[in-house]
Design a protein around this ligand. Structure first.
Ligand code: 5AD
Ligand code: SF4
Length: 495
């Protein structure tokens, strides 16, 4: 495809700076694939950019598996696709389908293979369709081997470290016409200032660090997300300032282990110090963060939370197991007593805080006694909610080679008992707010009943109440009238 910029654009050299290079490829695709004027590489007036219409209509659909980190990555992919000229749609019967995958548990992988079969059906009807796979699962050699062998219809495979190169990879696929595979083992690069398109106008994830150095023995994340590296505090603060100027009131600071933020910076800074800098940003109302590792949870952080007006009343503190023996095998580097004392400190300093956790059942060698230790911690801490997982063997992790894998029926029985306990406590904890009037950030129109709005308390608890869409993104006071177990029904308080 040609337009009035084609000739001039073709004379440009490909930039070497990472950000400019990707902007160049976004422009190349705009010009060549969509007949749009370039945005970054040539002088084009705001008006012309605004009024330009793509000469072809192409749709793209991104499906995200896994955690908040992946959700944020998908917002980056969306930003790049929209910049190029694609219309983002929800339906996978699109011109370009991207799966941003997760591999933390085996069933996540199985779901991807299953759905690829369906995509192949779509592609047979629309041979021009492109399919890209990216994310954590692609960092596993066996996965890529299997895709190369049995899923030849996939067009583009890339990993977690080179996601920023999305535009360049799409261009390679268009230029080369064959399957493109680009996987990096690790990276120390952090590429700033590429486009991102937020799912919500009023809240946003913000990466503060990438990778993980902990090597918990069951976990594949350090192998697929690489070594820990922190973004510079100023880059983070500037990003949040820009988000706030664009209407964001709540940020979720993202990292695999936020409590060890800043250790590898040229000028080291603690997570607690970073939070204090972020707290100063005017217009920002709520700060959340995820995920914390108990071994690095400092008194300084608890102190900062106790005095903060913006940090939410919620702490997600993964327990994984309540047995000190299993925690040692998991390489968690804390024991039951230390975990309980951290919880105690948090509860004393931030009295109404909501605590949530992750727990794995059936780690190799887990005995009934070990499991009862986990149940004991759950009873003592009384979590507001807990994500419970059945241990999943991940090839390449130390735990996969451990003896005494627990039989399936035993694990299932323990899982059911844990879930019942967790849910019972969660109901009781939720009810503690009955009758109170508390601020709610309004997020969306209720899925099931359009006369209701859905929002969240600072504790992360969901609240539904009568209202209309004009409230989305606002923080309003809601009287919590009826506890429904894991959420509340309420009504807006009079001003
Ligand atoms: N099996 C089961 N659950 C796991 N998690 C991480 N690795 C595994 C595994 N191999 C859980 C942990 C972690 C959460 C994100 O996923 O509880 O906190
Ligand atoms: Fe899944 Fe972990 Fe990757 Fe998140 S970081 S997508 S949980 S494997």
């Amino acid at each position: 495809m040609e337009n009035k910029y084609t000739e001039e654009f073709q004379k440009l050299a490909v930039p070497t700076n990472a950000t400019e290079r990707q902007q160049y490829f976004i422009d190349k695709l705009r010009v060549e694939q969509f007949g749009l004027p370039p945005k970054y590489s040539l002088q084009v007036s705001e008006r012309e950019l605004r009024e330009a219409k793509p000469s072809v209509h192409k749709t793209a659909c991104i499906t995200t598996f896994g955690c908040q980190m992946n959700a944020r990555d998908s917002e980056k992919l969306t930003g790049i696709l929209e910049d190029i000229g694609y219309e983002i749609v929800e339906d996978e019967n699109a011109d370009f389908v991207i799966y941003n995958t997760c591999t933390v548990r085996e069933n996540a992988n199985q779901r991807v293979y299953g759905r690829l079969g369906v995509l192949n059906g779509y592609k047979k009807k629309n041979p021009e369709m492109l399919i890209a796979l990216c994310g954590c699962m692609m960092q596993e050699q066996e996965v890529v081997d299997k895709l190369k062998q049995s899923y030849r219809f996939v067009d583009l495979i890339f990993g977690t470290h080179n996601l920023y190169k999305f535009a360049e990879l799409i261009d390679s696929r268009f230029s080369g016409g064959h399957m493109i595979i680009d996987i990096w083992k690790d990276t120390d690069m952090i590429v700033e200032d590429l486009p991102v398109e937020r799912k919500y106008s009023f809240k946003s994830g913000v990466n503060i660090m990438f990778g993980c150095n902990n090597f918990c023995s069951y976990c594949i994340v350090p192998y697929v997300r690489g070594r820990e590296r922190s973004r510079k505090p100023l880059d983070i603060v500037h990003e949040i300032e820009r988000l706030v100027a664009d209407g964001v009131v709540e940020v979720m600071l993202l990292g695999q282990n936020v409590n060890s933020y800043g250790k590898n910076l040229e000028e080291p800074m603690s997570f607690a110090e970073l939070l204090q800098e972020i707290e100063k940003i005017e217009g920002l109302e709520r700060i959340r963060f995820m995920t914390s590792h108990p071994k690095d949870l400092s008194d300084e952080l608890i102190e900062v939370m106790a005095h903060s007006k913006k940090i939410c009343m919620h702490f997600h503190l993964p327990l994984q197991s309540g047995s000190s023996r299993i925690l040692k095998l998991m390489n968690r580097r804390y024991d039951k007593e230390r975990y309980l004392s951290l919880v105690e400190k948090l509860r004393v300093s931030v009295p109404n805080i909501s605590l949530t956790t992750d727990i794995i059942v059936g780690f190799p060698g887990e005995t009934e006694e070990d499991f009862l230790e986990t149940m004991d911690v759950v009873r003592r801490v009384r979590y507001d909610s807990a994500f419970t997982f059945i241990y999943s063997k991940r090839t390449g992790t130390p735990a996969a080679a451990m003896e005494d894998q627990v039989p399936e029926d035993v694990v299932k029985d323990r899982f059911d008992r844990l879930l019942a306990l967790v849910q019972g406590i969660s109901r009781e904890r939720t009810a503690r707010f009955t009758g109170e009037t508390l601020p709610v950030l309004v997020e969306e129109v209720n899925d099931h009943d359009a006369s209701l709005m859905t929002g969240r308390l600072s504790t992360n608890l969901l609240v539904h109440f009568p209202g209309d869409a004009s409230l989305i993104g606002k923080i309003v006071n809601v009287k919590l009238e009826e506890c429904k177990g894991f959420y509340f029904l309420g009504s807006m308080a009079e001003e």
